[in-house]
Write a protein that binds this ligand. Structure first.
Ligand code: GDP
Ligand code: IMO
Ligand code: MG
Length: 421
């Protein structure tokens, strides 16, 4: 059996949560493989809306087992808060969430370090979600981190105390005030106790490979390819492997077990936080995208930067992950646009290129191709024949430019608002 992978091809918030929810009935298992509570994955159905940060988006379908893999970084307070919210909404989590022993723990002091390091960067800040992601992955690769499996050992308190002390020393060096940590640390300790008793802590790589013998698995990516620690616009990136290869290391599955690589992209582009965004719009059209797309962060509420679809960046993401099919999201947001533009190349200092540049400050001028807007509401469309020709022309162009079929067009936030091609 195979593991199919859903990844974001842009700068995150492409609509991964909705897609995983729509695809889940075809799988017994959904597994998150990287990132942590910096993610905000939104699902809408039956007039209800949920935002998940750590728990896989398969949780709303009864028969699905949800795995939080070794590549994820887990904040116990956020995770148990999500469990409480789901239970309060009548969604059962008991026995349905398997948590990897090898996932690293986000400590309250990691969050403080995230804030302190961002403040120290001043104008050069990354625009982090301040959830402690960078400092936690730093401790992981620095071989100093605390893992979920450690909570089952008698010396956990000692290990926690030692790491906390190290962090406090780092925070003192950054002159960061730690007076407000007490409440947070108390809640964190309580959540650790709940992890031990309420969730199923497992050797997830063994579980996943056993489950793969019985059926296909869906891997749920977080963030987007252009935020990948290797291939994103470094240093304005997150700290994990957001590309397809991250599913192998973040779950412990062999590359040959990968099946479909489902790349998700919006019909336009957004980015939240700092860093290059070649097709960003600073005008009324960008405002219109933000307004109509409700482009405000699911985790932080920050307004998202908006711009035209960028095929240079998209082709790059497709190449790095080997996307086998594309899903286009939020096409309905452009319903009222007179024209729709898409960047097909860049001009940098007068030289034309179809490659994404290494330098984050390269003076990139996008070269656009313009399409006629479809100027009609599409959210009620349920099959391709309901869609306007102008939209289908736009989609066809994207397929020609990327060489990958667009299999799915999303026409609204609800799980029903989809067109499968
Ligand atoms: P994720 O992080 O990739 O899961 O995406 P987010 O949940 O952060 O952001 C996507 C937003 O767009 C959410 O508010 C979704 O409910 C919404 N959304 C998803 N698909 C569509 C769509 O086709 N049309 C519209 N209008 N909204 C969508
Ligand atoms: P989902 O899974 C959009 C961005 C932050 C910042 C940079 C680093 O919902 O698509 P971090 O907190 O990881 O150190 O922040 O990455 N970022 C996201 N942007 N969607 C996300 O997740 C993101 N997770 C992180 O805004 O620019
Ligand atoms: Mg999101």
């Amino acid at each position: 059996m195979k593991i199919d992978v859903v990844i974001g091809l842009q700068w995150g918030d492409e609509g991964k949560g909705k897609i995983v929810d729509v695809l889940t009935p075809m799988y017994n298992v959904v597994a998150r493989f990287q990132g942590g509570p910096n993610a905000g994955h939104t699902l809408e159905f039956d007039g209800k809306k949920f935002v998940l940060h750590t728990i896989p988006s398969g949780i709303f379908r009864d028969k699905t087992t949800n795995i939080i893999g070794n590549g994820v970084v887990v904040d116990p307070t956020v995770l148990m808060g999500e469990v409480d919210n789901l239970n309060a909404a009548g969604v059962s989590t008991k026995g349905r969430i398997l948590l990897s022993k090898k996932a690293h723990l986000i400590l309250p002091t990691h969050r403080a370090l995230d804030a302190a390091q961002e403040t120290a960067k001043g104008g050069a800040k990354i625009g982090s979600t301040l959830k402690g992601i960078g400092p936690t992955y730093t401790d992981k690769t620095g071989r100093a981190g605390l893992r979920v499996g450690d909570v089952l050992h008698p010396d956990f308190d000692k290990k926690y105390g030692a790491l906390r002390q190290r962090h406090l020393a780092q925070l003192a060096q950054l002159s960061y005030p730690c007076s407000s940590l007490d409440d947070e640390e108390q809640r964190w300790r309580q959540s650790i106790d709940r992890l031990r008793t309420e969730l199923t802590i497992v050797d997830s790589e063994y579980e996943i490979n056993e489950l793969l013998k019985k059926g296909n698995i869906l891997a749920e990516g977080a963030q987007g390819s252009m935020l990948d620690v290797d291939f994103g616009s470094y240093p304005f990136v997150t700290s994990s492997s957001t590309v397809c290869a991250g599913a192998c290391t973040g779950l412990g599955v062999a590359p040959r077990r990968i099946g479909e690589v489902i790349g998700i992209f919006k019909a336009y582009c957004t980015r939240v936080g700092s860093g290059p965004f070649p097709t960003e719009l600073h005008d009324e059209v960008g405002e219109q995208m933000r307004r109509q797309g409700n482009e405000f962060g699911s985790t932080t509420g920050r307004p998202r930067r908006c711009g035209w679809l960028d095929l240079v960046a998209l082709r790059y993401s497709i190449m790095v992950s080997g996307a086998t099919q594309l899903f286009m999201m939020k096409a309905d947001v452009m319903d009222s646009f007179d024209a729709v533009k898409v960047a097909v190349g860049y001009s940098i200092n007068g030289v034309t290129t179809d490659r994404y540049p290494y330098d984050t400050d390269a003076p990139v001028k996008p070269i656009y191709r313009e399409f006629k807007g479809w100027k009609k509401p599409i959210s009620d469309s349920r099959s391709e024949k309901d869609l306007p020709q102008e939209l289908l022309d736009y989609v066809k162009f994207i397929e020609e430019q990327t060489g990958v079929p667009v299999k799915f067009i999303s026409v609204g936030p609800d799980r029903k608002e989809t067109v499968l091609r």
